[in-house]
Design a binder for this molecule. Sequence first.
Ligand code: C5P
Length: 216
Amino acid sequence: GPTLEDLDPVRFIGNRSSGRMGFAIAAEASRRGAQVTIVAGPTTVEPPRVAELVKVRSAAEMHQAVIARADRSDVVVMAAAVADYTPAERAPHKVHKEDDTLTLVLKRTPDILGELGRRRLASGRGPLLVGFGAETEHVEEQGAAKRQRKQVDLIVANDVARSDAGFDVETNAVTIVGEGGSETLPLLPKSQVAAEILDRVEKLLVQNAARAEANR
Ligand code: C5P
């Protein structure tokens, strides 16, 4: 889902992510027998029942919760719409209106997935990584570039310019970008998109296990 970045005790910056895609993946992984931890931002949609549910609010809290668990995980799927910027300072009291315009100063949040990719590259070990990319054009190219930039195994790129896919709807139209190229799936319910993603994750886990065995 989203993260919410507080400006003062009553206001925040957020986004329209519902959490549906992440919850669908968690539900499907759990159904397939995985031990699942959900790290969720504030969502109105009910999360599925899984082994562990960690509720967070901000990008900073999500960063902490994910990093603390990543080393104990086989797979990390980052479906959250993490805020890219957060207020540089949180006002301790409600900000009252004064002038006609108000300037907010924002600072970058930690790139959680990017950090997991960098750590894995540096240490040579770590969980399989799946990221999402919300794009409005050149979905495939952007997805492939993001996969390289973040050093992850799969990028699920979705066209958020469509009204029937992406944020806050039950269906999604995605292109899955992996090492060997990309596959564009038709418009599907998010539960089926989750199954398609996890089919590819399972294949990669089997491949990686075989590679590790061969290198022993
Ligand atoms: O860089 P960009 O935001 O386009 O990448 C999207 C992917 O990175 C998603 O999987 C999202 O969950 C993840 N992300 C993150 N930390 C951020 C921003 C995005 O892990 N601060």
